[in-house]
Design a protein around this ligand. Structure first.
Ligand code: CA
Length: 224
């Protein structure tokens, strides 16, 4: 599930990015309306999370613009404005839900799940297939050749990311950014460790190895 987080307070942005990545979402972030507009029109997001107080424009204006450009993903508004008028205005102008700051992370996650459920019928991709690998995104279950793989939440997110980019080289920084929500490559081998564990479950003996390492570059999931 891909989210676009539009939040200019970098501390909140980075906290939410981490928390959402940990909950299994792939998150892109923007700190202003202009970047958000570009990302939202270039990519496809399952939900947009939009803060109303942005440096270059009002979040409501951004949502209106997005709707005019045909972006139909559900929008969860985040705002410090608590009045009923503000909430009503936000929901009338194209927002799908409204959460006032400060909020509990658990509530944000619950509302996200709600929006995703409401929006999930048929048109959304709910299953990814690469060769004999199959990922059920709603149940968050993976299998290979019909046999269930017992993955941790993070291993699943990592495999989902690889399956969304089959046959393409993904670098460690891309994986760190998309799976762990870290933009800078820290001094850690967290990616290698998780790839190693994932490979132990996906590429078991007697099967064609699917996860290839390109030394010094990154990884490729074989798609043929
Ligand atoms: Ca703000």
């Amino acid at each position: 599930m891909q989210l676009l987080l539009v939040e200019d307070e970098l501390e909140i942005q980075s906290f939410l990015k981490h928390a959402l990545a940990e909950a299994g979402y792939q998150v892109d972030a923007a700190a202003d309306g202009k970047t958000a507009l570009r990302l939202a029109t270039e990519g496809t997001y399952d939900v947009l999370i939009v803060d109303l107080g942005l440096p270059d424009q009002d979040g409501i204006g951004l949502i209106l613009q997005l709707r005019q450009l045909g972006v139909s993903s559900p929008v969860l508004i985040l705002s410090a404005r608590r009045s009923v008028d503000d909430r009503v205005r936000g929901l009338e102008q194209g927002g799908d839900d409204y959460l006032t700051k400060p909020f509990a992370l658990a509530e944000l996650l619950a509302r996200l799940r709600n929006l995703l459920r409401r929006n999930s019928p048929s048109s959304e991709v709910t299953c990814l297939r690469v060769l004999d690998l199959e990922l059920d995104l709603l149940r968050r279950e993976a299998s290979r050749g019909g046999k269930v793989l017992h993955l941790t939440a993070q291993e699943f997110t990592l495999l989902e990311y690889l399956c969304r980019n089959p046959g393409r080289v993904v670098t460690r920084s891309m994986i760190l950014d998309k799976v762990w929500g870290m933009r800078i490559q820290p001094d850690t081998n967290v990616v290698d460790v998780h790839i190693y564990r994932l490979r132990g479950k996906v590429d078991t003996e007697g099967r064609q190895p699917l996860i290839r390492t390109l030394r010094g570059v990154g990884y490729v999931l074989k798609d043929r």
